[in-house]
Design a binder for this molecule. Sequence first.
Ligand code: SF4
Length: 345
Amino acid sequence: MRWENLAEQPVRPGSDAALFGADAVVTRTVDTPEFRGITFHEIRARSIVNRVPGASRMPFTWTVNPYRGCSHACVYCFARKTHSYLDLDTGLGFDSQIVVKTNAPDLLRRELGGPRWRGGHIAMGTNVDCYQRAEGRYRLMPGIIEALRDHANPFSILTKGTLILRDLDLLTEAAAVTDVGISVSVGFTDRELWRTVEPGTPAPERRLDVIRALAERGIDCGVLMAPVIPYLGDHPDQLRATVRAIAEAGATSVTPLVLHLRPGAREWYFQWLTAHHPHLVPHYERLYASGAYAPKSYQRRITGQVHELAREYGIGPARSGAARRIRPEREAGPAAAEPEQLTLL
Ligand code: SF4
């Protein structure tokens, strides 16, 4: 689900500062029966609005990430690499060692009100999922949305988490004063594939329920159909079933993205592939022979098929981010600056 090249900045390995980030103070480490197998590293971050590195091709400049690591545990997650910046393991460690910036809401409110903040769209869910299971315990997102609402600061959220529905009222309030974009990530609807490759996530049909619930509240929701997984989720029948389900749920757009395997994710994915689909290993070695991406011709074919299906089912690709915003029922206020566009591809 994640954006590529959006790692928070690496820190020098080999020290406490490396483990928890040079700009953070560790408060405590928590293991709790309710989250068996997961360790939370609670920290007090020193800054929260993160600037996307200038060289990045991402269509936004600012991000907020209250967590690092993600218990949704998607095997292919490109953000795995970012755990190595903290001297943490990029495999199981990424799934189970979750860094929690407990002061994120207060810090964000302070930074949004500070003299250095000039406004601008803030993207969330860009590195790891802000509605992963930890959010049920720490409840950081309500305070974050409140701060953005109170400063009428445009923002977007990309998630696989159904917990976002808990914050529907707040999201609606925020949409009354600024531009808010919601996207849900659903790469496929095959339950067998979901169980093994996205083991910690809500099932695809639960994510489709999120889209339905948002639509019922008049909130536009786009779908990032990601990743489309070669040989396992790319059969025309699978693409059709997925796009049909997305359209039936009421999504306003669908944007396909083929699996990419950057360092950190690549090793973990091949380990999984070897265990679950060993006959596919040589095929993947050929498909990803030249690096992190499948050949352009393959990507074009998948994108073309999905767009064709989307037309057939009456939805389209995201257009300049417009379809991904909550429909505002308001006059544009002075603080509602035009957000940077999230064009996804
Ligand atoms: S839900 Fe979590 S594990 Fe899955 S792709 Fe997104 S950030 Fe990675």
